[in-house]
Design a protein around this ligand. Sequence first.
Ligand code: ZN
Length: 593
Amino acid sequence: MTTTLDQLNAATPDEAARLLDGLYEHSPWIAERALRRRPFVSLAQLKRALVEALAEGGRDAQLALIRAHPELAGKAMVAKALTAESTHEQTASGLTHCSAEEFARIQRLNADYNARFGWPFILAVRGPRGVGLARAEIIDTFARRLANHPDFEFAECLRNIHRIAEMRLADKFGFEPVLGNQVWDCAEILARHTDPGYAELGQLTVTYLTDAHLACQAQLRRWMHDCGFDEVRVDAVGNVVGVYHGSDAAAKRLLTGSHYDTVRNGGKYDGRLGIFVPLVAVRELHRAGRRLPFGIEVIGFAEEEGQRYKATFLGSGSVTGDFDPAWLEQRDADGITMREAMRAAGLPATLEAIHAERRDPSRYLGFVEVHIEQGPVLNELDLPLGVVSSINGSVRYACEVRGMASHAGTTPMDRRRDAAVAVAELALYVERRAAGVPEVVGTIGMLDVPNGSINVVPGRCRFSLDLRATTDAARDALAGDVLAELAAICERRGLAYQAEETMRAAAAPSAPAWQKRWERAVESLGLPVFRMPSGAGHDAMKLHEVMPQAMLFVRGLNAGISHNPLESSTNDDADLSVRAFRHLLDQLNEELS
Ligand SMILES: [Zn+2]
């Protein structure tokens, strides 16, 4: 028999605790503590209360909870001494059917893991879609996590425990994240298309106008048709555009979407999530035969990552009228110009056609974009959604410090002009200076001693600077201080330097009214509103130049890793993003009716 939230809210404390029995391994206190926060408006709110209850329990209680778990495919499983829930999960994942070799490998991993951390390895073996991870995936994850820092691994175990509880809760409440499953499945299906050379390695790479890219394009078109969009087309640069008309086909439109190209060996959700979420939301409108007082235009942007050609934001740029004509003559690594690639893809490849894609902003309400966070913050806080307050402005420099190359043995320490040590000093300054201001970041990501040698004091050091902040003023203040420090270090050490600015992008603060709509949407799900800046650039940054915009972030698993095959998201989080998106549509509906 399934439980309902109403039942849970109305039950006596003892009854309620019984309804949540078995959520956490031998630890009923977590549910009991969370239940003090009744009533709950949603399962998401209940889950949040459980997360907070465990967090408040403190480290000893958390460790006890972790230790209350059985080893993966361990003695308890073999002896059939697991709780009913664990038996179900370990059986569903096929762990009970390990080959002798797999079983031996897992036992070795169990022993190594226990020796390193002192608690059993915990993994939500039903996985991000709830249907069970493959045994090879489980073993890979086990081996990978063995290398984690103990503090991180401790938190990762707790996150997995909450994921297990989330799925046990869904079982109890008979809840299935149907819309989230659709999004999740789309991500899997689209990820089948990958560029030659990467397919063989099992890696996902989709760069501009390759065969895989065109296959994605065709798939997105089909899905848009299936979802009930009124107009579906591929535009002059390869963006896939779907329009779901409002009650009046000439009504203003909400613009939304994200990119479907990927970096090399990238993830399945970066960009794509922001296409699937509105697709699924429109499908629901279409199924209900519902028209809103505004149209919805979803764009799958063809190019955002700048991989095949140095033309980052080409997709969204063409929509804002920002297409550099010189791009057409640019050649890829095989010598194919963009114009040739466009022709081969059946696109007109003329500036006239491309410029005709420029949208008239007065016909749009604004732009919203759903995107995987690509960072560790939401994952660490165990929050599914975050509201973006601003896309960071950035500035980049290519720099070089020049000193004097000299013999490492014969040059006394007080007579050196070491270029690399100067840069090391600057790196520490960048770290200190950026850390001193909230939401400001600075990185020296490339550091190179050209022709360096083990027995030579570095005479030259080349390095990069990447500085970002939520406002242009904060970014410029950071850049000013860092460059002044570079000058001072070089002056003191008798070195010369140069710093060439290679990129500058303005910050894109969210339009307050649109940010507020996302906040209300998150609140409506029973979740706390968490505001955060976007450290990475997004298509919304481009649209920001011509219309109001705001973004919603969705938590990524595996410490939020992105531009990496480990990038991952759950069906439950995807479900919440669709619900948030639908709530935003409902808000606009009310405002405009
Ligand atoms: Zn992206």
